[in-house]
Structure formats: C-alpha cells, structure tokens
Design a binder for this molecule. Structure first.
Ligand code: ZN
Length: 306
C-alpha cells in the first residue's frame, strides 16, 4: 500500500472579466504529489502543470499565492491527459492524503467536468492530514495552516511553500510524524454519496461513531428512516431510551440524547448536507457525553419550539 500525498493549485473566474462556469468554479492548473511507502519513506514525485481550458486569465488570488504565470501553464497539457497520467502514477493500491478536505472533492469535480470515469462509486476513504495534525498535536478542532504544522514539528524548510509540489511534500513530512493510533482517524470524501442503504458508511472511531447516509430527495424522506433517527449505544448495539428528543436551532444540525444503562449518555447529531446532484444526505455521529454536557443540550432544547 502506498500513501499518495497530493496538493492542487487552481484558478477561478476573474471578477468582471470572465463568467464563472458553474460546473467547474475552480479549474485545476497544477498537480503536485509524493508517493510514500508503508514506512512513510519518499518513493517517487509527481508535478505537472495543466493548460487552462476555461479561465484564461489568472485570478489575482492565484497569481499572488503561487507565483505562476500563464506562459508556464500553457506549457502544460489538458486536464484529462494529466489526470490519466497521475492515476497511472498512483498505481493500484493506495490511499490519498491531503491537507484539509477540499482537494479530493475539487479533483473529482474537475474529472466529472471532463466526463472522466469516477474515482469511486461512493465515498472515498482518505487522510486529511490537517485534521490528523489537530488530533495528534492540538485540540482536535482547530485547523492550522500547513506552515504552522511544519514549524511546530520542526521540519526543515528546504523548499518554498505554496506550490502544489512543495505543499504535498510538506504534508507528507507532517504525515510521517503522526503517531500510529492517530492514523485510525480516516476521513471520507462524499463527492459521490451512498446510493443505497447497503452502501451507507458506519464506522466507529476512538470516541465516536460516524454514519454517512444514502441520498434522499429531501429532509422529510431522511427523517422517515427509522435507523437514522434511532439513538443507539454503539457498544451495546441497542436502541436506547431517549432523554432529549430531536431538535434543531438552524435546520442543518439536529441533536438528540439517549441514555444507556451501562454506558451513559449518548449524543446523536445529524448534519444535513447537500450532495453533488442536489439531493441531500446526512452525516450522523453518536458520541458518549457527560451528564453536564447533556444538561447543556437540554437547556438549549428547552428554548425552542418543536
Ligand atoms: Zn451501552
């Protein structure tokens, strides 16, 4: 198995000059990647420019950030050709790793725009190294810039930042410093949401359980699914007594609390997300909480009308 650590640079429509193409708001102009073996040793490198087809002017954000000019990009090849080359380079058995959750989604959006075969039929398991860094070295919630992590871990800065290759290179160096137990915290990219109940993802992490539901036409349909709306103790694998019924403050995040006689309070949360084809799906998490945390939720629930 290989770790493919990659980073993308993209361009977007220049305000007032070019119209945004809705299917591809961010056009990828560079792919940089490193391939690591199972011991996190660098095995190979990949760097290609991509010749822009949609946005012919460099947006100032892109230009200022990555110091690239159109002439350099014109020397590249079109996205589908570079992407095919990249996938061949990745090989058969690998897991993608990126800094933050966005790159893998944008990669798939660009692939879809060019009618390329999807990377997968459903969510893709990957490593969000930015998240792993937070879990391993900080508070699990804060998301830092790559350079912060590099400084924190005292990684030697031997090449400049903010180019696809260098950012992939430094992300790989950070990944190599993540302790093995932290690596249990996979992420899932949901560019392609599960289509059936069978494809739904249920996975227990160290202190919570995650369930990515299939697509539904609307929330009402999702709320009608008994399994999704049940609150259970995922250790006992049993539905449990409800202490706080489902409530929401913003119509996007829904909360409920149950009580297991053996394991205590379980907070259930459903985040409603929009899928790529304008349907919705839910990301449900179940987490053990203290009595105090339960009381805070109870108070919040008490303030709203059902
Ligand atoms: Zn239990």
């Amino acid at each position: 198995m290989h770790y493919i650590v990659f980073d993308l640079e993209w361009n977007q429509s220049k305000t007032g000059l070019e119209k945004e193409t809705k299917e591809i708001p961010f056009e990828i102009i560079e792919i940089g990647a490193v391939k690591l073996d199972e011991e996190f040793h660098l095995e190979d490198k990949f760097q290609r420019f991509i010749k822009p087809q949609i946005y012919r002017e460099l947006h100032e954000v892109t230009r200022n950030l990555i110091h690239i000019n159109m002439e350099e990009l014109e020397s590249g090849r079109a996205f589908p050709l570079v992407m095919k080359e990249f996938l061949d380079w990745c090989g058969e058995d690998y897991i993608f790793c990126t800094w933050g959750p966005i790159d893998l989604t944008e990669l798939q959006r660009n692939m879809k725009f060019y009618y390329m075969e999807p990377l997968a039929d459903g969510p893709i398991k990957f490593y969000d190294v930015q998240k792993l860094f937070s879990i391993g070295y900080e508070d699990k919630k804060t998301r830092r810039a790559l350079e912060h992590a590099v400084d924190f871990l005292q990684i030697e800065k031997d090449i400049p930042f903010h180019r696809a290759f260098s950012d992939a290179y430094y992300t790989a160096k950070v990944l190599a410093k993540i302790e093995a137990p932290v690596l249990r915290n996979y992420s899932f990219d949901v560019f392609v949401a599960p289509k059936s109940k069978k494809e739904e993802i249920r996975i227990a992490f160290d202190n919570y359980m995650k369930h990515i539901t299939r697509e539904f036409n609307d929330k009402q349909e999702l709320f009608a699914d008994r399994e999704i709306m049940n609150v259970k103790c995922y250790i006992c694998r049993k539905n449990i007594k409800r202490k706080i019924r489902w409530f929401t403050l913003n119509s996007k995040h829904y909360y409920s609390v149950g009580y297991c006689d053996v394991h205590g309070y379980v907070k259930a949360k459903i985040r409603i997300k929009k899928s790529e084809n304008n349907k919705i799906y839910g990301v449900k998490t179940l987490k053990f909480i203290s009595e105090d945390e339960m009381k805070v939720l109870k108070e919040r629930e008490g303030k709203i009308k059902h």
